[in-house]
Write a protein of this length. Structure first.
Lengths: 283, 131
């Protein structure tokens, strides 16, 4: 498999905080959402991919090149947007565009213009005079048109109003259209995750809980609304919790088999919302 | 184009299968005519809030069964399908719907004889309403 990024056994310690081991493979045509509690190490992880933070252990390859190697040509093929871009403050959008577009040979100027129009970004205004929402729109307009195979966005919809957020989701979907590109984004917005992600990589306090395909994750949990209380709900395999006649299972197949065997009927069965599942996994 | 597909996330039926079935019904029912362009896998995935893995699986199955076709570089389109294939989908859907009704009745502990009685009643009502 030809991975756009391949991360293996990544580990890092920062003071008392330890991260990893983290493994992730990014294939063309996929969108991966990076999800984690505050301080779980999401941004640090993205920085390590960009060689802006050094791991203690493990390997990172981007476009088949070691990111800590001599050859830094891979950087031209990745569009990375950190939460707070450094060094933008004294410049206006026009200047920033000139600086950044020069670094990327395939810069898509038509797309840049369209984003500036659609997001109504004032290019003549100094970056630090813009509101956080407009700053973020400009950040994105300076990132997406780099026209590269791999895009890494750290909380892309931060500060954005609802119409711009919807516009951004459409732009990202369109950007993915050719099927050869991949997007990795960190987010706390369940709606963005729900609409964009194929895979969810979940971090909790630096520990990788797992990387899941979205529907796999949704199908993994089922709530059974039981007609009557079973004797010992805890003895039913797969039980995550039991309250108010509702049994939550993380192994529906097995739970159903046992419920049937013990003659415990249920009148309804529901899935959890993605947010609820993420909350359980991060407990 | 937005497709009128509604997924039931609580259903035991896998999501890819729901997409597949509803698209088939739209095609067989004539709502989507032959040559109609379909949304790309990525766009449909966003609209339905599912992964491209799920949508691709549905499209692949539909393509294998001849309901849709993908033209390299042009996109995915509704295929020309025979009247008998359309008929088959309708028969299957009606059959499934009635079977689900029977299963629902059985969950309420109705016997098959009782269900048959209800069925006759519903048919009689429909006849009356039709005249």
């Amino acid at each position: 498999m030809n991975h756009l990024a391949h991360i293996t056994h990544l580990e890092k310690e920062i003071d008392t905080f330890s991260m990893g081991p983290i493994d992730l493979a990014i294939e063309p045509g996929t969108i991966t959402a990076l999800i984690g509690n505050n301080g779980s190490g999401k941004s640090t992880f993205l920085k390590m991919i960009m060689n802006l933070a050094k791991p203690d252990k493990g390997n990172i390859k981007v476009m088949n090149k070691w990111v800590n190697g001599e050859d830094e040509s891979w950087k031209q093929h990745v569009a990375y947007l950190p939460q707070k871009p450094i060094g933008f403050a004294p410049y206006n959008g026009k200047t920033l565009k000139k600086l950044i577009s020069g670094l990327y040979p395939n810069w898509d100027n038509a797309l840049f213009k369209r984003l500036v129009d659609d997001f109504e970004i004032p290019l003549g205004k100094k970056y630090d005079r813009l509101s956080p929402g407009v700053q973020q729109k400009l950040n994105l307009a300076l990132t997406i048109p780099r026209n590269v195979p791999l895009m890494i966005l750290d909380e892309p919809t931060n500060f954005m109003d609802i119409p711009s957020k919807n516009l951004l989701l459409d732009v990202l979907v369109e950007w993915m259209e050719n099927g050869e590109r991949a997007l990795l984004f960190a987010s706390h917005q369940s709606e963005d995750i729900q609409k964009l992600a194929d895979y969810l990589m979940i971090l909790k306090d630096g520990v990788q809980i797992g990387t899941f395909e979205k529907e796999d994750l949704l199908e993994r949990f089922q709530t059974y609304w039981l007609d009557h209380m079973p004797g010992e709900p805890d003895s039913i395999p797969g039980t995550v919790s039991f309250a108010d006649g509702k049994l939550l299972s993380d192994n529906p197949e097995l739970t159903e088999k046992i419920l049937k065997e013990r003659n415990i009927p249920w009148h309804s069965q529901t899935t959890l919302k993605l947010e609820e599942i993420i909350t359980i996994l991060m407990k | 184009m937005k497709l009128p597909i509604r997924l039931s996330k609580d259903s035991r039926e896998p999501i890819y299968h729901q997409i597949e079935k509803q698209l088939k019904a739209l095609i067989a029912g004539g709502n989507l005519e032959a040559q109609t362009p379909l949304p790309s896998i990525r766009v449909l995935s966003k609209d339905l809030e599912v992964s491209v893995i799920t949508t691709r699986r549905a499209y692949q199955n539909l393509e294998q069964q001849g309901f849709i076709q993908t033209l390299q570089g042009k996109g995915t389109f509704v295929a020309e399908i025979s009247t008998s294939d359309k008929q088959q989908v309708k028969i299957q859907e009606v059959h499934d719907t009635i079977r689900q009704a029977v299963e629902a009745a059985q969950r309420y502990d109705y016997s098959l004889a009782e269900i048959e009685e209800i069925f006759q009643k519903v048919i009689a009502e429909a006849k009356e309403a039709g005249n």
